[in-house]
Design a protein around this ligand. Structure first.
Ligand code: ADP
Ligand SMILES: O=P(O)(O)O[C@H]1O[C@H](CO)[C@@H](O[C@H]2O[C@H](CO)[C@@H](O)[C@H](O)[C@H]2O)[C@H](O)[C@H]1O
Length: 474
């Protein structure tokens, strides 16, 4: 399973013996490691690509590793990406990025090493290949505009701890995002942002380049670089600020909120515009009878899985299946296209230039083939409508639940959902709420996903989607 550490460079083996044991200890402690509940794991390095080697001169060696994890309990094997730094001695202060100290070297996460982060950007900027990895810069949208990434960078810092992947901000200008859990196939975060760059969408952060590879003969997306929107605030934070303004000092809710509804109207416009650009760039289709039935079956399948994880869903199963059956019975001809796939308030950033959609990778645990399936754009609309409901529950932490507060939160979510749909309609020409059956099916389907996601990742929050399911099935 593993590639032996047998390649010897001027300074000894490329990977010191014991690397896999150190990784086996380090990986399960990472936020993005998806195999946490699966028991003991065996770890093997199945691919390693040296992209920088200055160990002999007292500098770092940088490698991209593909690591395979096999689980003792029979859970299917998972692949992860680890950009690895190796330096002589113990140059790194202890921290969560340190993987181990072996044979006089320190092994640590290369994203914490400014020199190596710069090297990755330089390789992308100059379009180099270190087989099997291709470092590519995106062709200029307008001719004569050079790729900016070859310039030296002076500072880099990791951002966000609670993420599925790992991001580093370079010079406050670029965001390098390294995908952690690997699925073969082109990641939609690259595919869709490439298409949106080509159509010069003003609602995405321009893509500058990517690192692409292959595993077992299939394509692999390893990393992307895009413009970092310095000073941007995400929709979740803005929603929280608006909700906090409604809350009086003595704990009562008062007023209608401030300008947030106007912001949300603009957000709806941005999402509809991105949908139009995606349809133009990557094509659209219609669902016939068979596809509608298959979609309803997939939704039922997820409900089956979710009921094992959240037994409380069982009492709603009849009403939920009715919503999916109504979808299956819709007249054929429902338009479908590529969509964001996991849209919520933290996936939209508000900066001076307006709203920007980020993170087009879809549901991070799903195989790429599933994420590439065309859907009604109402899938994203449903995701955002659910997010306003979440915000009303959670954006004001430590607030004791009380009926008046719940009513005020509900009224806030209703207003936000209304503003979003009106903004969406202003660009799409049709209010998503007119497609009642479709929107209801996608919305309850999303809530079922959330119940399962929360049970696995944030059990204290299961009550949020469960309350929505209770309300929507009454
Ligand atoms: N282009 C960008 N400009 C500014 N901040 C960004 C940008 N892209 C992502 N971020 C920030 O980084 C965080 C993680 O990015 P995201 O693409 O959502 O990664 P993940 O797949 O790990 O969730 C986001 O929540 C956002 O705050
Ligand atoms: O951001 P990710 O792509 O990793 O998405 C996953 O995590 C999200 C939580 O961080 C989760 O979103 C759910 O919680 C949000 C509030 O924290 C809420 O705004 C969303 O509406 C709700 O779905 C998302 O489902 C999951 O895929």
């Amino acid at each position: 399973m593993s590639v032996a550490a047998d390649v010897v460079s001027r300074t000894g083996p490329v990977l010191p013996p014991g690397t896999e044991a150190a990784l086996a200890d380090w990986l399960p402690r990472q936020r993005w490691f998806a195999g946490k509940g699966a028991g003991p794991a065996r770890v093997g390095v199945v691919q390693r690509t040296v992209f920088a080697d200055r160990l002999a001169e007292g500098g770092p060696r940088g490698l991209f590793l593909v690591v395979r994890v096999d689980f003792a309990d029979g859970t299917a094997a998972q692949h992860y990406q680890v950009p690895l730094a190796v330096r002589a001695g113990a140059p790194e202060p202890p921290g969560p990025h340190v993987i181990g100290h072996i044979d006089g070297t320190t092994l640590y996460d290369a994203l914490a090493d400014h020199e190596l982060v710069c090297e990755i950007l330089r390789l992308i900027g100059s379009g180099r290949t270190h087989h099997p990895l291709a470092f590519r810069s995106e062709p200029p949208v307008r001719s004569g505009v050079a790729a900016p990434l070859a310039e030296p960078a002076s500072a880099s810092r990791p951002i966000g701890a609670e993420q599925s992947n790992s991001c580093v901000v370079v010079d406050d200008r670029y965001l390098l995002k390294v995908f952690r859990r690997l699925h073969t196939g082109v990641n939609p975060d690259l595919e869709l942002q490439r298409a949106l760059r080509a159509s010069a969408s003003p609602y995405t952060a321009p893509l500058h380049g990517a690192v692409e590879g292959e595993l077992d003969g299939a394509p692999l997306t390893c990393a992307i670089v895009q413009t970092f929107l310095s000073g941007a605030v995400d929709g979740w934070e803005l929603a929280g600020r608006d909700l906090r303004r409604l809350l009086t000092d003595d704990g009562r809710w008062e007023g209608d909120g401030t300008g947030f509804a106007a912001e949300v109207f603009a957000m709806g416009r941005a999402v509809a515009s991105v949908h139009a650009d995606l349809a133009a760039a990557l094509g659209s289709d219609t669902m016939g009878r068979d596809q509608l039935v298959a979609l309803a079956e997939a939704m039922n399948g997820r409900l089956d899985e979710a009921q094992h994880v959240v037994p409380g869903l069982r009492r709603y199963a009849g009403a939920l299946r009715d919503a999916f059956a109504a979808l299956a019975a819709l007249p054929p001809g429902v338009p479908v296209q590529r969509v964001h796939g996991d849209l919520h308030l933290a996936q939209v950033l508000r900066s001076r230039s307006g709203w920007t959609l980020i993170d087009f990778e879809g549901e991070p645990a799903a195989p790429m083939a599933e994420r590439a399936v065309k859907h009604s754009p109402l899938r994203d609309v449903a995701g955002m409508l659910r997010s306003f409901d979440y915000a009303a529950h959670l954006a004001v932490p430590d607030r004791a639940p009380d009926p008046a507060g719940a009513r005020a939160g509900r009224a806030w979510a209703d207003r936000a959902q209304d503003a979003f749909c009106r903004g969406y309609a202003a660009v799409a020409g049709r209010d998503p709420r007119e497609q009642t059956v479709l929107l209801r099916a996608y919305t309850v389907h999303k809530a079922v996903y959330e119940a399962m996601y929360e049970a696995r990742n944030r059990p204290a929050m299961v009550a949020v989607p469960m309350a929505a399911i209770d309300r929507m099935t009454r």
